[in-house]
Design a protein around this ligand. Structure first.
Ligand code: AMP
Ligand code: MG
Length: 417
C-alpha cells in the first residue's frame, strides 16, 4: 500500500489567482512561426501583423437603391402632384462597366451597387417614380447626393483594416476581402495534448464497474482547447501508474503545451504530482480560488509548458478558464487573452469562501428585460457537480474579500457559452 506523500506545501500560503496567472503568462513565449493563408482558411486563426486596405471602399461612387440617377437641379421641384419627366438614356445593372454620363433632362435607370453615371448627383428610389423605361416621372426631389455611396467613405486605401493579434472571425475576414486582400499573415496554431489521469476512468458509454466513472475531463478539455483556437494533438486517458505516465512523457508527439487533469493533489496515488514533481521544473501550488485550489504549472524537459489541473470536472472547467485559456491565447500571440466580463445582478444570494476567488457556474436569466444570473445548480460551486455545468452560461467571479452575495447584488460575470 502506498502512503500519503509528505506534503510540505500543505501549509504553504495560498497564491492569488492573478499571481499564478501572471507567472504562467510570463513564462510562455508566443509562437513565432507565421504563414500566409487564404481568406477562406483564416477563420479562427490569429492575425500575425496589422493589415491595411489595398483599395478604397467603396472603390467607386455607386447607388444605394434601385431607382434613377438624376441631376438634382432638374428635379428640385418634383412632387407627386407635379412630377417632372426625364428621358432615360441608360440602364445600369450592378457590374455595369461602360462609362456613362447624363445631361440636363436625362436620367439613367440604376440598380443597387451600379456605378453612378457622370453628371448625376442623386438617386431617386424607384418607389418615388412611375418606374418608366424610355421616360420616367420623378415624384419627389432628392437631397444632394441622396442614395449615393461615395468612394472611400468606408475605408481609404492604406487605412488599417485589421490589427495584429486579433482573432479572425467572419466579420473581420469579410472586411479584409472587401478591402482587396486575398491572404492574411497568421500565427501557427498551438498544438495541445490532453491527458486525463485516474484509474477510476472509463470510456464514456462503457459499462461502469464498481468504483468506476465515465471520463468527462478529456472531452471537456479537448473541446475547450479547440474552442480556444488550438489543435488537439493528442487525447489520452491514463491510470494512476507513474510508470505509464513517464512512458507517455517520453513517447508523446511533439506539441506546444500539455494539459493534465487529476492527480495533482496530495493523495497517495496522485501520479501527476509524483511524476512531474520529479522533474524539478513544475511547481505545485495552492491557489486562492474555489473551485480549483490545487494547481500545477511548469515546463517539461524540452521546454513545453505543462499544466496540471485538479480532477474534479467543475474545477477543470474553472482552471481552464482562469489559467489555461489565457495561456493558450498568449501562445497563439493573441493581443487580448482575457475574456471580457459583465456586471450582472444576482437573482438569488449565495455564499463564497473567505479569502478565495470564487468561480460560480451561473445561468443567465432576465428580470423585466435586464440580465440576471443565478447559480447553475442548487449545489452551487461544488467542484464535482459536472451535470450542472450543462446549465452554465458562464462564471460569476466573486472577489476574494466577499463572503456573501445577496439577491440583487451586482456581480462580475464571464460569459463562456
Ligand atoms: P483527483 O484530482 O485525481 O484527486 O480527482 C478528483 C476527483 O475528480 C475524483 O472524484 C475523480 O474521480 C474525479 N475525476 C478525475 N478525473 C476525472 C475525469 N477525467 N472525468 C471525470 N471525473 C474525474
Ligand atoms: Mg485521481
Amino acid at each position: 500500500m502506498s502512503t500519503f506523500p509528505s506534503a510540505p506545501d500543505g501549509v504553504a500560503p495560498l497564491v492569488s489567482v492573478s499571481a499564478h496567472l501572471e507567472r504562467i503568462l510570463a513564462s510562455i513565449t508566443p509562437l513565432r512561426s507565421i504563414e500566409m493563408v487564404r481568406l477562406a482558411d483564416a477563420a479562427g486563426r490569429t492575425l500575425a501583423t496589422s493589415v491595411d486596405a489595398l483599395v478604397d471602399l467603396p472603390s467607386f461612387d455607386n447607388s444605394a437603391m434601385d431607382g434613377y440617377a438624376v441631376r438634382r437641379a432638374d428635379v428640385v421641384d418634383a412632387t407627386s402632384d407635379a412630377p417632372i419627366v426625364l428621358d432615360v438614356v441608360a440602364d445600369l445593372p450592378a457590374g455595369a462597366g461602360d462609362a456613362v454620363s447624363i445631361g440636363p433632362g436625362q436620367a439613367a435607370r440604376i440598380m443597387t451597387g451600379a456605378p453612378v453615371p457622370a453628371g448625376a448627383d442623386a438617386v431617386v428610389p424607384v418607389e418615388r417614380t412611375d418606374a418608366g423605361s424610355a421616360r420616367v416621372a420623378i415624384h419627389a426631389a432628392p437631397r444632394p447626393g441622396h442614395h449615393i455611396r461615395r468612394r472611400g467613405e468606408d475605408l481609404r486605401a492604406g487605412d488599417r483594416v485589421l490589427t495584429g493579434g486579433m482573432e479572425l472571425g467572419p466579420r473581420r475576414i469579410a472586411a479584409a476581402a472587401a478591402a482587396g486582400l486575398a491572404e492574411l499573415p497568421v500565427v501557427a496554431v498551438p498544438r495541445v495534448a490532453v491527458v486525463a489521469t485516474g484509474s477510476e476512468l472509463v470510456e464514456p458509454g462503457a459499462a461502469l464497474g464498481p468504483g468506476r466513472i465515465h471520463d468527462s475531463n478529456s472531452l471537456l478539455l479537448a473541446a475547450l482547447v479547440a474552442e480556444a483556437g488550438c489543435l488537439v494533438s493528442e487525447v489520452r486517458r491514463l491510470p494512476d501508474d507513474p510508470r505509464l505516465l513517464r512512458e507517455w512523457l517520453e513517447t508523446r508527439a511533439e506539441c506546444d503545451a500539455v494539459v493534465f487533469s487529476g492527480g495533482v493533489s496530495v493523495g497517495a496515488y496522485d501520479v501527476v504530482r509524483q511524476v512531474l514533481g520529479e522533474l524539478g521544473t513544475v511547481e505545485f501550488v495552492r491557489v486562492a480560488m474555489q473551485p480549483g485550489k490545487p494547481q500545477a504549472f511548469g515546463t517539461l524537459p524540452d521546454g513545453t509548458p505543462v499544466f496540471g489541473l485538479p480532477g474534479n470536472p467543475v474545477a477543470v472547467a474553472v482552471s481552464f478558464e482562469a489559467f489555461v485559456r489565457p495561456a493558450l491565447l498568449h501562445l497563439a500571440a493573441r493581443a487580448d487573452v482575457l475574456r471580457p466580463t459583465w456586471r450582472v445582478a444576482a437573482e438569488v444570494g449565495w455564499r463564497s469562501p473567505a479569502a478565495r476567488r470564487q468561480y460560480m457556474p451561473v445561468t443567465l436569466g432576465a428580470d423585466r428585460g435586464a440580465p440576471t444570473v443565478r447559480p447553475a445548480t442548487a449545489g452551487g460551486s461544488g467542484s464535482h457537480l459536472v451535470g450542472g455545468l450543462a446549465l452554465a452560461d458562464g462564471f460569476a467571479i466573486i472577489p476574494e474579500d466577499v463572503e456573501e452575495v445577496a439577491a440583487g447584488d451586482v456581480v462580475e460575470v464571464a460569459i463562456t457559452r
